[in-house]
Design a protein around this ligand. Structure first.
Ligand code: NAD
Ligand code: IPM
Ligand code: MN
Length: 354
């Protein structure tokens, strides 16, 4: 008997509501034993109810095999309410401590870099995803006075640092990767990142076949532009990983193509594009759905549908090479037309989109 997997879907806000139905169309065309259940969380729901996540939402979601998220962020809602109240709440509550963000150049046409050295751009960011500057620990003193003090604390625990560095080395070993670069700012953050340095050094001894490298985060930003092909696996704290993965996305075709997995290797994981709700293009039908579709491929891989995950990846690569893409990548197709192209490529029929 095949067990049916249950996936919770949160389209969220802005382009999330356009790209998720298209990505679901692609996933459903494969006719896998997966049941998708859509949840309404996002700006609209918050404005109507004053609630980011229902009281029983975390309980309900814990029964699912994975979460598939579009994006959250609504210009009508104060920044942070939806981002912290939905996205970060899920990452933290379910202890999704790995943020896996690959960046692979599919076709030379899509990098903005000129006079590039030869060699593939094919790197993976392993971003710490459950602590650092994202914990929400801090506060104000003397708020709204000239004496105001605003504190935002950066949390680095031995447990948190150890498990993400271990994951990076295990990932490298499991995927035939040659090197792991620790990207930190230990020359200034002499307590917090001293811990990262010590753990990296000690952990690295267990992986003799993998080259260990270290770069300060400012130099990583520079070297990613100068010679991205020299990077393989990069492990880094939460905030640095957030910033640098928008940069690496742009090196290989843009945010419209960058997928990510929020992974708890022993629990619930959530898959989403790297980008946000893109209010500037929402409602126009031109959002690039490929990042979300690739996140869907990561989700399938995670659920054990490895063959189908690969098929989607191959289909996306063909769409990109053939220029069957949205305007952000120089194409002329709409969000839905890209989805339809992929579904036909995968052997599916025409879809009536809503
Ligand atoms: P953004 O990623 O939404 O957009 C940045 C730029 O990239 C915009 O010009 C946008 O049009 C373009 N872009 C992004 N995705 C695209 C796609 N699929 N196709 C074509 N173009 C695309 O970042 P932002 O503008 O800084 O943030 C907008 C909102 O999204 C904010 O509320 C922010 O907090 C939120 N946000 C949410 C997530 C998430 O849910 N994971 C991630 C980042 C930002
Ligand atoms: C991302 C986003 C989030 C982050 C925000 C919206 C909380 O930028 O997933 O990259 O900073 O992690
Ligand atoms: Mn980000």
């Amino acid at each position: 008997m095949t067990t049916v997997k249950k996936v919770a879907v949160i389209p969220g806000d802005g382009i999330g509501r356009e790209i998720i139905p298209v990505a679901l169309g692609v996933l459903e065309s494969l006719q896998l034993p997966i049941e998708f259940q859509v949840f309404p969380y996002g700006g609209e729901y918050y404005l109507k109810t004053g609630i980011t996540l229902d009281e029983d939402a975390l309980d309900t979601l814990s029964d699912f095999d994975a979460i598939f998220l579009g994006a959250v962020g609504d210009p009508r809602v104060k920044p942070g309410i939806l981002e912290r109240g939905i996205l970060l709440r899920l990452r933290f509550h379910f202890d999704m401590y790995v943020n896996l963000r690959p960046a692979k150049l599919i076709d030379e046409r899509f990098t903005p870099l000129k006079n590039r050295e030869t060699g593939d751009i094919n790197l993976v960011f392993i971003r710490e995803n459950a602590e650092g500057l994202y914990c929400g620990s801090g506060g104000f003193l003397y708020k709204n006075t000239p004496r105001e003090v605003a504190v935002q604390e950066m949390i680095n625990t031995y447990r948190g640092v150890e498990r993400i560095i271990r994951y990076a080395f295990e990932y490298a070993r499991g995927h035939g990767r040659k090197s792991v670069t620790l990207c930190d700012k230990s020359n200034v953050l002499t307590y917090a990142h001293d811990l990262w340095q010590r753990v990296f050094k000690k952990m690295g001894e267990r992986y003799p076949e993998i080259k260990k490298k270290h770069e300060y985060v400012d130099a990583v930003a520079m070297k990613l532009v100068r010679s991205p092909e020299k990077f393989d696996v990069i492990v880094t704290p939460n905030l640095f990983g957030d910033i640098l993965t928008d940069l690496t996305a742009e090196l290989v075709g843009g945010l419209g193509l960058a997928a990510s997995g929020n992974i708890n290797p022993d629990g619930l994981s959530m898959f989403e594009p790297v980008h946000g709700s893109a209010p500037d293009i929402a409602g126009k039908g031109i959002a690039n759905p490929l990042a979300t579709i690739l996140a869907g491929s990561m989700l399938l891989d995670f659920l054990g549908f490895k063959k189908e995950a690969k098929e989607i990846e191959v289909a996306v690569e063909s769409a990109v090479r053939g220029g069957h893409v949205t305007p952000d990548m120089g194409g002329r197709l709409s969000t839905q037309q890209v989805g339809q192209w992929l579904i036909n490529f995968l052997g599916g029929d025409d879809v009536v989109w809503f």
